[in-house]
Ligand binder design. Structure first.
Ligand code: AMP
Ligand code: MG
Length: 402
C-alpha cells in the first residue's frame, strides 16, 4: 500500500496555501463575532473618564480618620458633584457616580450607621483609594486597547462600543461554495424515490461553514456527469473556497478529481490516512482552495473539521491552534480496531476535576445520527486500542473556548 499522507502532513499543505483575506469595514453588530480586527484600536478618552465609586455608600476624605462626618450632598450616577468635599464632610454616592474633588475613599453603605440627623459614623477603617476606580485606570487616552489580529468576541464588542467605535476594519469573511454531488440525491423538501436519498450534506456543510466564520454559497446538486458538474465547479471556483461532497473515490462515477484537473485545479493531495474519510482531496486554482470531501455525512463532517475549518480560520486572519485537543479519561472500558487513525465520536464532559469521555454507538461513516449524541472525537491510532475505564485518550473538540 502506498504511504498515505497523515492528517498533520495534509493540514500543513492546506495551511501553506490558505491566505488571510483583505480587510473591509464592518459595523459594530454581533455579525462581527469571530472576525479578526485589521486595525489597532486606540482609546480616544480615559476610561473611566473620571474617578468613580465602585459601590453605593459615602465618599469621604481618608485623612479625617474615624471621626463622624456631616453628609453635605448626594451624587447619583449620571450627574456631577455640586461642589468639592471639605474636611469632616461626606457625600452620599451611588455606584458609578463621579467622586467629588477632595474625596479619596468610599465607605460602603453597609459599613456606616447614623450619628445624628445628617451625620454618619464609620464602622471599620477608611483607607485612601478604597472602593474607587481612578480616572484612566482601565485605559488611558492614546493607549492601544485592541491590536490588529485580535479575534472579536463579545467582550471585544463591548470594549469597541465603550470606545464609540461603530465600525471597524476586519479581514473579509471567505465566501465558501458548497457543491454536493450524486445522482441519488434529492433536496430535503422532496420525498426520495426508489434508490434516492436526501441531500443532507449541503445543509450541514453550510452550517459548518457559517459556524467556522465563512459565508456559505450553495450551488445546488451536481449530478454524476461532466455536463452537470463542470458549470457548477466553474461557479464554485469564483469563491474563496469550494467544498465538494461525494464523487471523490475511484469508482466509475467518481468524476470529480478528473474534472477538477481539467478545470486547472492543481491537486495537492487526494487521500489522507484517516477514518472516516480517506478519499479526501485538496487542490488550488489561483486564489481558490478546493476541498473534495467524501459523500458519507460523517466523513464530510470530519474532513471539514480537520481541513476546511483551519483554512477558513487562516482566511479570517486567525492564528493557531487550528484544532483544540485535550486529554480525557474513558468513563468505561472501550475497545476498537481500525486500519487507519480514526476520529471516533464521543461524548465529553467535565466531572471530578477532569474531562471524561464515553464512546457513542456508531455504525460508521454513514451514521450521522451518532454525531448528534457526540460533542467531540476521540483520536484513536491505527491498530488495536484497548482502554480500561480511567485510561487517557486524546480528544478533538471544536473551536477553542472564549
Ligand atoms: P460518494 O462519496 O459519492 O461515493 O458517496 C458516499 C455515500 O455518501 C453514498 O452512500 C452517498 O449516497 C452518500 N452521500 C453522498 N452525497 C451525499 C449528500 N449530499 N447527502 C447525504 N448523503 C450523501
Ligand atoms: Mg456519489
Amino acid at each position: 500500500m502506498p504511504n498515505l499522507l497523515n492528517v498533520d502532513e495534509a493540514l500543513q499543505i492546506v495551511l501553506q496555501h490558505a491566505r488571510r483575506l483583505p480587510k473591509e469595514a464592518a459595523s459594530l453588530t454581533s455579525a462581527l463575532l469571530g472576525l479578526v480586527l485589521a486595525e489597532d484600536v486606540i482609546a480616544e478618552h480615559d476610561s473611566p473618564p473620571f474617578a468613580k465609586s465602585l459601590v453605593d455608600g459615602f465618599a469621604v476624605r481618608s485623612s479625617d480618620g474615624q471621626r463622624d462626618r456631616r453628609v453635605v450632598m448626594e451624587i447619583v450616577a449620571g450627574t456631577m458633584p455640586e461642589r468639592d468635599l471639605g474636611t469632616g464632610e461626606a457625600a452620599r454616592i451611588t455606584t458609578g457616580a463621579p467622586l467629588p474633588a477632595g474625596a479619596d475613599a468610599v465607605v460602603m453603605q453597609e459599613h456606616v450607621e447614623p450619628a445624628g440627623p445628617d451625620s454618619i459614623r464609620i464602622l471599620g477603617e477608611v483607607r485612601a483609594g478604597q472602593n474607587i476606580l481612578p480616572q484612566g485606570a482601565e485605559m488611558r487616552r492614546g493607549e492601544m486597547v485592541l491590536s490588529s489580529g485580535t479575534a472579536v468576541r463579545p467582550q471585544e464588542i463591548g470594549v469597541l462600543a465603550s470606545l464609540g467605535k461603530t465600525a471597524v476594519w476586519v479581514h473579509r469573511q471567505p465566501l465558501v461554495a458548497v457543491l454536493p454531488t450524486g445522482d441519488e440525491l434529492v433536496e430535503p423538501g422532496l420525498t426520495p424515490g426508489p434508490g434516492q436519498i436526501r441531500n443532507s450534506n449541503a445543509a450541514m456543510l453550510a452550517a459548518l461553514i457559517a459556524r467556522a466564520g465563512g459565508l456559505p454559497r450553495y450551488l445546488g446538486i451536481g449530478r454524476d456527469s461532466p455536463e452537470s458538474l463542470r458549470p457548477l465547479v466553474r461557479e464554485g471556483l469564483k469563491c474563496d473556497a469550494l467544498v465538494i461532497s461525494g464523487g471523490m473515490s475511484v469508482g466509475p462515477l467518481d468524476l470529480v478529481p478528473r474534472l477538477l484537473a481539467e478545470e486547472h485545479v492543481i491537486i495537492l493531495f487526494h487521500q489522507v490516512a484517516l477514518k472516516p474519510g480517506k478519499p479526501l482531496l485538496f487542490g488550488v486554482r489561483d486564489r481558490s482552495l478546493v476541498f473534495g470531501l467524501p459523500g458519507n455525512p460523517v466523513s464530510s463532517f470530519v474532513g471539514f473539521e480537520l481541513f476546511v475549518r483551519p483554512a477558513i480560520r487562516v482566511m479570517l486572519g486567525k492564528v493557531g491552534p487550528y484544532w483544540t485537543k485535550l486529554t480525557a479519561c474513558w468513563s468505561e472500558a472501550f475497545r476498537y480496531r481500525t486500519d487507519r487513525p480514526t476520529y471516533y465520536p464521543v461524548r465529553l464532559w467535565w466531572e471530578n476535576a477532569g474531562w471524561r469521555v464515553q464512546a457513542v454507538p456508531w455504525l460508521g461513516s454513514a451514521d450521522l445520527r451518532a454525531l448528534c449524541r457526540a460533542n467531540a472525537f476521540a483520536c484513536l491510532p491505527a491498530g488495536e486500542s484497548q482502554f480500561a475505564a480511567g485510561d487517557a485518550v486524546d480528544v478533538l473538540v471544536g473551536e477553542p473556548p472564549w
